[in-house]
Design a protein around this ligand. Structure first.
Ligand code: DAK
Length: 277
């Protein structure tokens, strides 16, 4: 796994990582000739970077995107997958699942910036992020049944969270590709903008998130993700109250509320490593 590091940049064989102002980390899958398809090496590089990201208190928002004009990620690498036997197929799915799990459970908010094809394992990477902003040229789909497999990187588990169970079944059973206007209508993406405006749009939204108390944003994510699991309303209300209570008395809470009263911008302290789980 080749790797170059400079201040604010990590360059691996298949991914590039850039730490921008305001604590925004951009992770770019950079195999444009293969439409950023995910082979094992790319997945292992992502795994490494996501593990590092998870323990950083400096990084406030993560943006996942694909290199080149045509694709976010066109899926798992079919060329590599073709030759796999049963046990190799299972280990490939495991590393892919681990990467989507790492992405989903990052303490920082994650945005999938989708400028083109997000198919199969690519769509699954996008739905492991907190939400998706797409360009008007984006195309989504879970074409796996047409290749004789099922979504292997968590798609059967996660797609319904975005679009509801009947629509998730519709997309997965049919394998059809949908354009960004339909993706917006069914709730798969949060917003669609012109291709040329996507980067600026996403960075502005990321900055908006990054300007808030990192501890409070992380707590929101923790609570909201936990609620997606199969807990009843009493459990949810109890956990919400506990998280709410634990933020009371923090410097950021005092600062945020004082700033509001004093009609000024808050100056948040950030999150300590202890909080950044
Ligand atoms: N893998 C490998 N190479 C890919 C690729 C992929 N998924 N998608 C595109 N490429 C490569 C093409 O082969 C081509 O390479 P060259 O021929 O130039 O060497 C290059 O990228 C450009 O692609 P095209 O020439 O096809 O470009 P077009 O504009 O004509 O078409 C396309 C774009 C995105 C519509 C088309 O490339 C396409 O249909 N690609 C495949 C999309 C797809 O089916 N994705 C889903 C992959 S399956 C599991 C584990 C994992 C998974 C499932 C199960 N278990 C173990 C249970 C995951 C499955 C998937 O993700």
């Amino acid at each position: 796994m080749g790797e170059n590091r400079e201040e604010g940049f990590i360059c691996m064989n298949n991914i590039k990582v850039e730490d921008r102002d305001h604590g925004i980390r951009v992770i770019l899958i950079d195999r444009p000739k293969a439409l950023n398809a995910l082979n094992t090496e790319t997945l292992l590089e992502l795994q490494k970077v996501l593990k590092e990201t998870a323990v950083s208190s400096e990084i406030r928002v993560v943006v996942l995107t694909g290199g080149g004009e045509k694709a976010f990620i066109a899926g798992a690498d079919i060329t590599e997958m073709m030759g796999k036997n049963l046990s190799q197929g299972i280990s490939f799915a495991k590393v892919g699942q681990e990467v989507t799990r790492l992405l989903e459970s990052l303490p920082q908010p994650t945005i999938a910036m989708v400028g083109g094809f997000a198919l199969g394992g690519g769509a699954e990477m996008a739905i492991a992020c907190d939400f998706i902003y797409a360009s008007d040229s984006a195309v989504f789909g879970q074409p796996e049944v047409g290749l004789g497999v099922i979504p292997g990187f968590g798609g059967t588990a996660r797609l319904s969270r975005f679009v509801g169970l009947p629509m998730a079944k519709d997309l997965i059973f049919s394998g059809r590709k949908i354009k960004s206007d339909e993706a917006l209508r069914i709730g798969l993406v949060n917003e669609v903008v012109k291709r040329s405006e996507l980067n600026d749009f996403v960075m502005k939204r990321a900055q908006q998130i990054a300007s808030h108390s990192a501890g409070a944003v992380r707590a929101c994510k923790r609570v909201m993700n936990e609620f997606e699991e199969t807990h009843g309303i009493d459990y949810k209300l109890d956990m919400e109250a506990q998280e709410f209570g634990s933020l009371f008395g923090t410097k950021d809470q005092k600062e945020g509320m004082s700033a509001f009263m004093e009609k000024r911008k808050p100056n948040f302290e950030g999150v300590s490593l202890k909080e950044s789980k």
